[in-house]
Design a protein around this ligand. Structure first.
Ligand code: CDP
Ligand code: MG
Length: 760
């Protein structure tokens, strides 16, 4: 090895990582002579930074070498060389996400050091958190600064530079990049990771990349997946070679409950406490469904274990969900706390996570897994155009993945909080691909922009229901993004540039016509900030993910319809509402909060005193700046109506309606609201800021619970419906209902008015 690497290693030469440690070894043994010594010294130089590797680099390197993929590096590189696409299947934690892109980078560099333009490697992740976390880890492994050679890109946040050669990005972002760079020419290798998750964006990328591969023989695609749907991927990528990384799992003992649990949250907490009291050392991973539930569980676990006093060891309870700030996300990798005193009972780390920890992130040291059997999943009903995030049972494949998390470092135990019978009979074998249960309006817009006109014949791995595609086309046609022949209009082209759902993009694009683009930008930023993939990773389509307004306003106090508020918290919430609440609707309340934040110079203490969530506002501000940039690209004017004018709020409300005219509910004489055209009974969510029950409201979110709620609502006028969206409020194809009769009257009134005008 020593003589083979005699030449001086330049900054961009290939240095096989394994040879580094050999070189290091020969140096420390004192053998190998001057040549080997020189080699040793130069091999210790980081080719990316030109600096010697740090101590930390070598420490991590030792750990990396124990990962299963490491032993198949050569085999992998050979397979990659031999074919254009490759499928790689391996147990979670085997090192796919962190190592394979580095192997690829090495190979790409050694082959084309002269064609540096094309040497970028992309690795997609369905989840923002994973993209951020893994890129940080890999930057550390490569001993470079994050954002330089190794970067990440997620919606509204690009942490990469011209130096970046390895980029982790959400699948949604790669899709966006394809809109401006259809052949994805900046990449030489694209790795689609977590393919088994079958997110909407990954599924679309499959079809797209298949096409790109045909046009770019120099491009290579690696599809990586955790579970064994591999044959399906192989079939789809016309016989691409399949490489398996054998797992290294220890046995995991599975326990079921005797009887179904009535309250899985309470059962999960109880199980945590019991494990902590009676089981041998080892960390615990609990799967729950969302932020609120997780925070609630963390509090309760701390409290209950705190009550046990010093008869048990110390614990560190860490939450993990997608909106957690990055520094907090890192805490899942902290070690368990040490015993309180020397020789005392060992401590335990307890991670309470959404299904991010199922396959996207691997936490070492987990010995106990608690699986209540639920996850939040998108469910879409095209007939009533309702897409919702529902807590629903997981699949058998998911349950299997979850239990596997317990056997990474030693034999483990998995406690399934459901009966064995239920596992056998009730759980689906696989999770349904997202494309079969999502609203496709945004996807269709993206595909149209990518030049794919024939959606019916697009090569989907699992084609969506024709009805869902039809609905999407219809929505885009109503919005004016597609013409009657299904072709992208000028408006549609601009709309597709916004990383937002089509309703919101439409509202932004037309807002200058209503002299309120500044305000609509602020409202959109406030709304999208909370849309930022609160529960699912890449869903700029999901209007569902809005936090409700009170939550937006409150900083310390988490409210939900399920939480009973203390008197103090209720008082604070009422005060905050009184300060910023706008009687015409929640969107205007959001605007008030944003304005107040800016007027107070983004002062953290002002935020604190006013129960305003500074982190959320800062991020909204960032989103706003990026939206402003997109507006600028299309010469969309930034303007406002005079604040004192009585049209100030009216214009904003009209502009909102121009985007959301398909999300309207009408107050019936019975006192209920019915959604327009679909005639679903809905209720105003109790969090709303209205001081009255308006006859017509637009809503942002449809919440399916025991009652159907509409959340984030605003008062609008019936006349505006027929002025702004006459094509949608065309009574010729309107179901019989009270709303129709009211609209008929409004049309008649308008005709009379027009007639009078003409006569005069
Ligand atoms: O992708 P796959 O599930 O096959 O594995 P990976 O994500 O590449 O993880 C390989 C190893 O890196 C695991 O032992 C992780 O615990 C570790 N890792 C880490 O320590 N910190 C991170 N931020 C990410 C991974
Ligand atoms: Mg992975």
């Amino acid at each position: 090895m020593g003589t083979e690497r005699k030449r001086k290693v330049s900054l961009f030469d290939v240095v096989d990582e394994t040879s580094i440690s050999l070189a290091k070894m020969s140096k420390s043994n004192g053998g190998g002579g001057a040549a080997a010594n020189q080699n040793a010294v130069s091999s210790m130089i980081n080719r990316w930074t030109g600096k010697p590797y740090s101590q930390r680099y070598y420490e991590i390197l030792e750990k990396r070498k124990t990962l299963p993929v490491w032993h198949q590096k050569e085999e992998f590189l050979q397979a990659l060389k031999a074919s254009q696409s490759l499928i790689l299947v391996g147990e979670t934690g085997s090192g796919k996400t962190t190592q394979i892109p580095q192997f690829v980078l090495e190979a790409v560099n050694s082959e084309s050091s002269d064609k540096r333009k094309k040497m970028m490697v992309a690795c997609t992740q369905p989840r923002r958190v994973a993209a951020m976390s893994v890129s940080h880890r890999v930057a550390e492994e490569m001993d470079v600064t994050i954002g330089e050679e190794v970067g990440y890109s997620i919606r509204f946040e690009d942490c990469s530079s011209s130096r970046t050669v390895l980029k982790y990005l959400t699948d949604g972002m790669l899709l966006r990049e394809a809109m401006t760079d259809p052949l994805l020419e900046r990449y030489s290798v694209i790795i689609l990771d977590e393919a088994h998750e079958r997110t909407l964006a990954t599924d679309v990328l499959f079809g797209l990349l298949k096409e790109v591969l045909r046009n770019r023989p120099d491009l290579k695609v690696v599809v990586m997946s955790a579970t064994l749907e591999a044959e399906k991927f192989q079939g789809y990528f016309s016989g691409a070679p399949l490489m398996k990384v054998p797992g290294r799992l220890h046995p995991v003992e599975i326990f079921y409950t005797e009887e179904p649990e009535r309250d899985y949250l309470e059962a999960a907490i109880r199980t945590v406490v019991q494990i902590h009291m009676y089981e041998t050392p080892g960390d615990i991973l609990v799967f729950l469904t969302g932020e609120e539930e997780i925070e609630d569980a963390c509090r309760k676990i701390n409290k209950e274990i705190g009550n046990l006093g010093d008869q048990v060891g110390p614990v560190k309870v860490v939450p993990l969900y997608s909106t957690l700030p990055p520094a907090m996300q890192q805490k899942i990798f902290d070690p368990a706390p040490p015993p309180v005193k020397e020789g005392g009972i060992p401590g335990r780390k307890i991670v309470v996570s959404t299904n991010i920890a199922e396959t996207s992130l691997t936490i070492d040291g987990i010995v106990y897994v608690i699986d209540p059997g639920f996850a939040k999943q998108i469910v879409y009903n095209p007939r009533v155009r309702v897409e919702s995030l529902l807590v629903s049972p997981i699949s058998k494949a998911s349950a299997h993945q979850r239990s596997g998390r317990a056997g990474r470092t030693q034999p483990g135990k998995c406690f399934r909080l459901y009966t064995e019978k239920s596992f056998q009979n009730d759980l689906q074998p696989q999770t349904y691909p997202e494309i079969l249960r999502s609203n496709l309006a945004n996807t269709v817009l993206t595909l149209k922009k990518l030049g794919i006109d024939d959606l019916v014949h697009f090569d989907f791995m699992d084609p969506p229901a024709p009805e869902t595609l039809m609905r999407a086309l219809e929505v885009l046609n109503y919005l004016g993004a597609l013409d009657d022949d299904g072709n992208l209009t000028k408006l549609g082209e601009i709309m597709s540039e916004f990383p937002l759902d089509p309703q919101m993009s439409k509202m932004l694009v037309v807002s200058p016509e209503f002299s309120c683009s500044n305000e609509i930008l602020s409202i959109s930023a406030m709304l999208s900030d909370f849309l930022l993939c609160k529960h699912c990773p890449n869903c700029y389509i999901c209007m569902q993910m809005l936090m409700h307004v009170v939550e937006v306003v409150m900083c310390q106090i988490r409210l939900s319809s399920a939480t009973v508020l203390s008197r103090e918290a209720q008082k604070a919430a009422d005060e905050a509402k009184a300060r910023f609440g706008h009687i015409d609707g929640d969107h205007l309340t959001l605007l008030n909060v944003y304005h107040a934040y800016k007027q107070n110079n983004e002062d953290p203490s002002w935020c604190y005193e006013n129960f305003v969530n500074q982190r959320a506002l800062k991020s909204a501000d960032n989103v706003r700046q990026q939206l402003v940039r997109i507006m600028g690209r299309f010469n969309l004017k930034l303007c406002s109506t005079e604040f004192n004018s009585r049209d100030y709020y009216i214009n904003i409300r009209k502009a909102m309606l121009a985007g959301y005219f398909m999300q309207v509910a009408h107050l019936e004489r019975t006192g209920h609201y019915l959604t327009v055209k679909d005639n679903q009974v809905v209720h105003l969510h109790p969090s709303n800021c209205l001081d009255h029950k308006p006859e017509w409201v637009i809503y942002n979110e449809y919440v399916l619970t025991s009652r159907n709620f509409i959340r984030t609502v605003m008062d609008i006028r019936g006349e505006w419906l027929i002025d702004i969206a006459p094509h949608y409020y065309d009574l010729a194809n309107f179901p019989q209902c009270e709303a129709k009769r009211v609209l008929e009257k409004l049309y008649r009134k308008r005709e009379d008015k027009d007639e009078n005008k003409n006569r005069r």
